[in-house]
Design a protein around this ligand. Structure first.
Ligand SMILES: [Zn+2]
Length: 388
């Protein structure tokens, strides 16, 4: 009897777990129940306490390198009003050639496709352990705070000196059709907050006061240009957006003593946290020294330079769906920002059109195609022949 797993059935079984972020609702145990019989050593990694506790998984088959890793998240965003859905968001229903439910696109089908691809690969290549390894990083904390998920798993792997040669994150990267886009990097995200101080007073006696709003307007004036650079071959221009300015002044005859502002910068590899910090301090100091500036950066930009990883995936895509994928770095952040500290990482999964929406769904055919692409990728990556 064949041990090859069916990706559409797997997707359906995963959708049935109500794994609203940051819970796994049995989905990680379900994945273990598929991986262990294939010979994977599964290590469950729980991080965080109480309500913040998050289940994660690192699974590996083999001890040699190359160790190719698949990463993904089982948690999903909330459904919103379930009455607005035309189907049960956790029913995993298959109809009209599509599979429906929360997480269908983002990204339970991606996980299912990779597990099925591995089961098919191992059926033909029973001796993988003699020349390499396959591993999985699965989290249930990607859609929420992302503190006790992949970030902590990566720290744990680095502490263990675990070697991973390359990683595919199965996020829904395609825009319109299977194979149109792979992500080879992402921009960074930098949030700044500013408190400008002045001297509170009567609006009729401006000489006795100092309005911090006037200083703030000058300090933020360069942000009106929006773009910080012209972009690179791989990245769109870095952009800055003021997200809030707060004075909380209800009186029309009082010059406020303090004003607060926040802004966010999405930046490419032309900048770093240090270069942004010094650019901003110079900009602010030119106006006044009477301010407090604070910032945090939850994602640094990265770009994958592993040509072999990129071309192996690209070739597999072209072979299966006859499309030449675009290499993109657009969009928000993903767990790839953490994995890049461990190994080269690229992202490729389903078509993302309906992700996070009511009636989320993907084409059943696309799950089959994705499984074939992952399977082809594994054969090409390990340079073993595929018996078509
Ligand atoms: Zn996702």
């Amino acid at each position: 009897m064949s041990n090859i797993l069916k990706p559409v059935e797997l997707t359906s079984a995963l959708i049935k777990c109500r794994s609203i972020t940051p819970t796994s609702a049995g989905s990680i145990d379900l994945i273990i129940s598929y991986l262990e019989p294939m010979g994977f050593t599964c290590t469950k990694l729980d991080f965080g306490q109480g309500d913040e506790k998050v289940e994660n998984l690192y699974a590996r088959l083999g001890s040699l390198e190359p160790n190719i890793c698949f990463a993904g998240h089982v948690d999903v965003v909330p459904t919103g009003d379930e009455k607005s859905w035309s189907i049960d968001p956790f029913g995993g229903e298959i109809k009209k050639g599509k599979i429906w439910g929360r997480g269908a696109a983002d990204m339970k089908s991606g996980i299912a496709a990779f597990i099925a691809a591995v089961s098919e690969f191992l059926e033909i290549n029973k001796n993988l352990k003699d020349y390499g390894s396959i591993s999985f990083i699965i989290t249930s904390d990607e859609e929420g705070k992302a503190i006790n998920g992949t970030k902590k798993v990566v720290e744990w792997l680095i502490n263990k000196s675990e070697k991973i040669s390359g990683c595919i994150v199965g996020e829904p990267t395609n825009v319109n059709q299977m194979g149109d886009t792979i992500k080879i990097g992402r921009r960074g995200s930098f949030t700044g907050s500013l408190i400008v101080k002045g001297i509170q007073g009567h609006v009729g006696y401006p000489d006795l006061a100092e309005n911090p709003i006037n200083s703030l307007l000058k300090m933020l004036e360069p942000f009106a240009k929006i773009y910080l650079d012209k972009g690179t071959n791989e990245f769109q221009p870095s952009s800055v957006m003021i997200t809030t300015i707060d004075v909380n002044n209800d009186a029309n005859n009082v010059i406020p003593g303090e004003v607060k502002a926040k802004f966010n910068i999405r930046f490419n590899t032309l900048h770093s946290v240090a270069s942004l910090k010094s650019m901003l301090i110079n900009q602010f100091d030119a106006v006044t020294k009477n301010y407090e500036f604070d910032y945090f950066c939850n994602a640094e930009p990265f770009l994958t330079s592993d040509e072999e990883l990129k071309s192996t995936l690209q070739n597999a895509i072209t072979k299966v769906v006859n499309v030449n994928p675009k290499q993109s770095t657009t969009g928000g952040t993903s767990d790839a920002r953490f994995i890049t500290k461990l190994c080269p990482v690229i992202e490729f999964g389903l078509v993302g059109k309906t992700m996070h929406k009511i009636d989320e769904n993907v084409e059943v055919d696309d799950i089959i195609k994705l499984t074939s692409i992952y399977n082809k990728f594994l054969h090409n990556y390990f340079r073993v022949k595929k018996n078509d």
